[in-house]
Design a protein around this ligand. Structure first.
Ligand code: HEC
Length: 109
């Protein structure tokens, strides 16, 4: 059966979406080996945590002044539907920055 051009574009598009969705939270795109450094907590939050925590998959975690120690523990160990992240994904130093970023209240304008 020959597909029309439009059909093949459409199915390619759907595949691309499915691929993006299944890979989104295993971000970053490159496995951070040696040499990979997260820019700051905001970047990690935007690229990993926001996928669930800005999408009603997980509870809101920003601006709640959650203890940083608690945030770090949840990230390393997971919690029910929340996956655990290893230090090869988020290194210890970055995790400290991430926990600070999440815990602190956004400056009021
Ligand atoms: C795949 C989806 C997903 C991703 C990605 C994710 N979380 Fe979660 N997270 C959840 C869910 C679901 C819960 C609620 C777990 C439960 O019911 O115990 C949760 C709970 C939490 C909690 C506890 C909140 C509370 O109210 O006690 C913290 C803290 C947290 N996540 C931090 C993070 C951080 C930091 C990241 C990024 C490194 C992250 N999460 C990435 C799904 C996710």
């Amino acid at each position: 059966m020959k597909k029309t051009k439009l059909e093949s574009i459409a199915s390619g598009f759907i595949l691309a979406i499915a691929f993006a969705a299944s890979n989104a939270w295993s971000a970053p795109e490159e496995i951070p080996g040696r040499g990979f450094v997260w820019k700051d907590g905001a970047e990690i939050y935007a690229k990993i945590c926001a996928y669930c925590h800005e999408a009603q998959v997980g509870p809101p975690i920003r601006n709640r002044e959650l203890p940083t120690e608690y945030i770090r523990t949840v990230v390393r160990n997971g919690s029910r539907a929340m996956p655990a992240f290893r230090s090869s994904e988020i290194d210890d130093e970055s995790l400290v920055k991430l926990a600070d970023f999440i815990s602190k209240k956004e400056a009021k304008h």
